[in-house]
Design a protein around this ligand. Structure first.
Ligand SMILES: Cc1cc2nc3c(=O)[nH]c(=O)nc-3n(C[C@H](O)[C@H](O)[C@H](O)COP(=O)(O)OP(=O)(O)OC[C@H]3O[C@@H](n4cnc5c(N)ncnc54)[C@H](O)[C@@H]3O)c2cc1C
Length: 459
């Protein structure tokens, strides 16, 4: 290993090969702050350096784990003491912005928020948005096919990527930096790297698709009397406003984030079974505000909502979103917490959550707690569960309760967070034998020695 490390240090410079305490100081788990255990962290400064690093690792059969912003939540960045971590942190430049073609060319280590800001500076927007925006990177967003709060309008990361460049396991550079919306010249190879969690290649650069900035934004928090009313509102809203987000909060979530924890002042009373955050984006502030107001009035009349608070300033908008995005309050209050990210058909959601709550209560009477919220329009729920015991056995038992019913109702064990190490034992609940065999075939073809993110996704 030392000979390899010396050779790598020559490529990236000794100051960009971290060992010992500098490695341990990094956390690879956003929830538990578990330290990085890799033998070393290698920080290439460009694609050429990374290509040479991987060529050497390939020759030495040295496994590597790619690190972006380390905000992933399925243990995808965990590295064993025998593995090297490759951090993209020095490759974070925004290389070009094309306002005419509506594209932004960026290195994979750039934080999402910086890309959003760069797009805003030229009157465009990069619409992918999630709570970890300040730390997560474009490479990580691509590797996990991140979702977030605007999927309902703009789709997931996959829909925002026009082209990319990746370093393969043997060090070859696969450049597929397409700038066009249409390109059907053969296989669309970039798709292989989107959502495959660093198991098929290391994403180094990308061409992203920008959207026009929409100057006017409306946001409201509403109280909803039933799940049927929630889905009716979800159905009605896009027909009345330029809906850009629809986030559902079960009472268990809203009450904990406000009254119970004291972390956020409740803008609405805490006794409603459901709440929703609605956001619209448009071009004409006055007209959009009227339309938004009219939607709320119609929803009141149809008894789809019982109360509402409309943000009248950016500070109020942020206060509403903070209730949804402040995951740290959940981590603190539900400690030890098991976090799940499932998707399922919207009509099946209410019964699924009720049955899960009941099964948890039966298994851990008086202790178990389920907190539910999520991107309702995407069929995506986040389930935060505590049984006040964080041990492996309890985790396994809770996982069984969460995942087992999903296969039957056509759901998925991972809506947007990916599989990592955490969910790989359950992959067969959401993917068929032939699908998994084809994934293995691709892995074998691109990384025959299993050097990229070993053990992740497929095991
Ligand atoms: C508060 C909070 C809110 C979040 N909200 C959302 C949300 O709404 N929607 C959502 O989808 N996710 C969400 N996440 C999860 C996380 O932010 C995303 O998965 C994000 O895309 C990870 O990016 P990262 O740069 O931090 O990747 P990392 O955590 O560093 O890595 C994640 C995985 O991608 C691989 N990887 C990273 N960079 C590369 C690369 N350049 N090439 C190849 N593989 C790579 C890693 O090996 C690992 O397997 C949230 C996380 C937090 C902490």
């Amino acid at each position: 290993m030392q000979t390899l490390l010396d050779a790598l240090a020559e490529i990236v410079g000794p100051e960009n090969l971290l060992t010992g305490e500098a490695v341990r100081q990094r956390s690879v788990d956003w929830f538990t702050s578990a330290p990085c255990e890799a033998a070393a962290i290698v920080r290439p400064g460009n694609t050429e350096q990374l290509s040479r690093v991987m060529a050497l690792c390939h020759a030495a059969r040295q496994p590597v784990v790619t690190h972006g912003g380390l905000t992933g939540v399925v243990h995808g960045a965990v590295a064993a003491p025998s593995e090297l971590a490759i951090s993209l942190e020095r490759m974070s430049a925004i290389e070009a912005i094309d306002p005419v073609g509506g594209t932004l060319t960026v290195q994979a280590g750039a934080p999402l928020q910086r890309v959003q800001e760069a797009a805003a500076e030229i009157g465009m927007q990069f619409p992918l948005d999630l709570g970890a925006r300040g730390s997560c990177t474009i490479g990580g967003n691509i590797a996990t096919n991140a979702g977030g709060i605007r999927v309902i309008r703009y789709g997931m990361m996959r829909q925002q990527v026009l082209g990319l460049e990746a370093v393969l396991a043997d060090g070859r550079v696969l450049s597929s930096m397409n700038h066009m919306l249409k390109n059907n010249a053969g296989f669309d190879l970039k798709q292989l790297f989107i959502g495959s969690e660093g198991t098929l290649g290391i994403v180094t650069r990308a061409v992203l698709r920008l959207q026009p900035a929409l100057a006017s934004e409306q946001c409201a928090l509403v109280a909803v009397p039933s799940f049927a009313a929630l889905t009716s509102l979800l159905n009605l809203a896009p027909r009345r406003i330029g809906l850009s987000a629809f986030e559902a909060l079960w009472n268990s979530h809203y009450r904990l984030m406000t009254e119970e924890s004291g972390a956020h002042t409740p803008p609405l009373a805490t006794d409603s079974p459901f709440y929703a955050i609605l956001e619209s984006q448009g071009m004409d502030a006055e007209h959009d505000a009227e339309q938004f107001q009219a939607l709320l009035e119609e929803a009141f009349e149809a008894e789809l909502i019982t109360d509402a608070v409309l943000a009248s300033s950016e500070a109020q908008r942020q206060a509403i979103w903070a209730i949804r995005e402040d995951i740290e309050v959940l981590v603190r209050t539900l400690n030890p917490m098991f976090s799940f990210d499932v998707s399922l058909p919207i009509p099946a959601m209410e019964a699924y959550v009720e049955a899960l709550e009941q099964r948890l209560a039966e298994a851990w009477p008086g202790v178990a707690r389920l907190v539910t919220f999520g991107h309702l329009g995407d069929g995506n729920l986040h389930l935060m569960i505590t049984v006040r015991d964080g041990g492996a056995e309890s985790r396994r038992a809770v996982e069984q309760l969460v995942y087992a019913p999903l296969a039957e109702i056509g759901g998925s064990i991972s809506a947007e967070h990916g599989i990592g190490l955490e969910k790989r034992d359950y992959l067969s609940l959401s993917r068929s034998e032939t699908e998994i065999a084809t994934m293995r075939l691709l892995k074998q073809a691109l990384d025959p020695h299993g050097l990229l993110n070993p053990g992740k996704v497929l095991g």
